[in-house]
Design a binder for this molecule. Structure first.
Ligand SMILES: [Zn+2]
Length: 329
């Protein structure tokens, strides 16, 4: 259902509250299959039950079994592509991403991940390149993206001098409050598994800082949050680390986002995965594979998602619809 554009505008005027509503938060669990999600449940329930709308989508890429570049590209651009390609079609053409479209529509845009910021999933939202492994080329896209906020790992691919030349406030920690264009690098590589992290969790403070920055901006915003290490634990067939990731870096983050959206009800929250990894069986706590599978993945939403959604790339149109319904005028 479309919200008449005038209503939030008038309410904002009448109540003199920031107009940072009418926004979209997209959470992506990298490698998070339906069985993985069971690890985040206990007697107290699971965050999934807080989402009124649920679908399952087929993440197959043009190569069949998807990788994160192809799945990220499907979600970000609405196009099925070949593996390894980031924001790029099979014929080499670039495809505009949700983040780029949102920026063009006047939204503030942020990207948060516990992977490398030049990793495939975040890169699908700002880069257009044929090979996920070329971090130098992908970093160049990040610097000229013009997006407002990046928080994540991968400092070794993001030289401070180039970041500053591109106008980014380059930081290695979250405080004090972030400026208008901020690049926060919390690790030289990917962040450690939560089970091994001496800091005991960096993704939640990163999400909190991102929401403070984007809400305080006054414009509507689009925020993509990736919880990446589910995939890594699954490649390792490490059920113990996977469970800690699912509880600490999925359940905790989603619970926080649900609570935040509860306080900012004009903001939509959509949670999904790029693909399953490991052929995981939660009952047996066992894996049947050490790579990705083409099993369906979940789409959970606080808002109705329009149209038929069977293929993963079709999610893109639903997300774009949310942004378009809220385009500031
Ligand atoms: Zn993987």
């Amino acid at each position: 259902m479309r919200v008449p554009r005038q209503i939030p505008f008038l309410l904002a005027l009448l109540l003199a509250v920031p107009s940072g509503a009418d926004s979209l938060i997209l959470f992506i669990g990298d490698g998070m299959g339906l069985e993985h999600m069971k690890l985040a449940q206990d007697a107290a329930g699971a965050p999934w039950t807080g989402f009124p709308h649920f679908a399952a989508v087929d993440p197959s890429s043009l190569c069949g079994i998807p990788d994160s570049p192809a799945s990220g590209t499907a979600i970000a651009t609405g196009h099925r592509t070949a593996n390894r390609r980031i924001g790029m079609l099979e014929d080499g053409r670039a495809a505009a991403s949700l983040a780029e479209r949102a920026r063009g529509m006047g939204f503030a845009v942020g990207i948060v991940t516990n992977d490398l910021l030049t990793g495939a999933t975040p890169a699908a939202f700002y880069a257009h390149w044929g090979d996920r492994r070329d971090h130098k080329a992908i970093a160049a896209f990040l610097f000229r993206s013009g997006l407002d906020l990046f928080i994540g790992g991968g400092g070794r691919h993001l030289p401070r001098r180039e970041a500053r030349r591109a106008g980014y406030d380059y930081r290695t920690s979250l405080g004090p409050p972030l400026g208008p264009k901020a690049l926060v690098v919390l690790d030289g590589g990917e962040m450690p598994f939560l089970m091994d992290d001496p800091v005991n969790g960096r993704l939640l403070p990163a999400v909190q800082a991102a929401l403070d920055r984007l809400w305080g901006d006054g414009r509507p915003f689009f925020l993509m949050v990736e919880s990446a290490l589910i995939d890594h634990a699954s490649h390792d067939n490490d059920a113990a680390r996977l469970e800690v990731e699912m509880r600490g870096n999925v359940r905790t983050i989603l619970s926080y986002l649900q609570e935040w959206v509860g306080r900012h009800p004009e903001t939509a929250l959509v949670a999904t995965a790029d693909h399953e990894c490991g052929g995981f069986d939660a009952g047996a706590r066992a894996f049947t594979d050490d790579h990705h599978t083409a099993e369906p993945v979940a789409v959970l939403s606080t808002r109705p998602l329009s149209g038929e959604m069977v293929q993963q790339w079709e999610l893109h149109g639903c997300l774009l619809e949310i942004l378009r319904a809220r385009t500031p005028r």
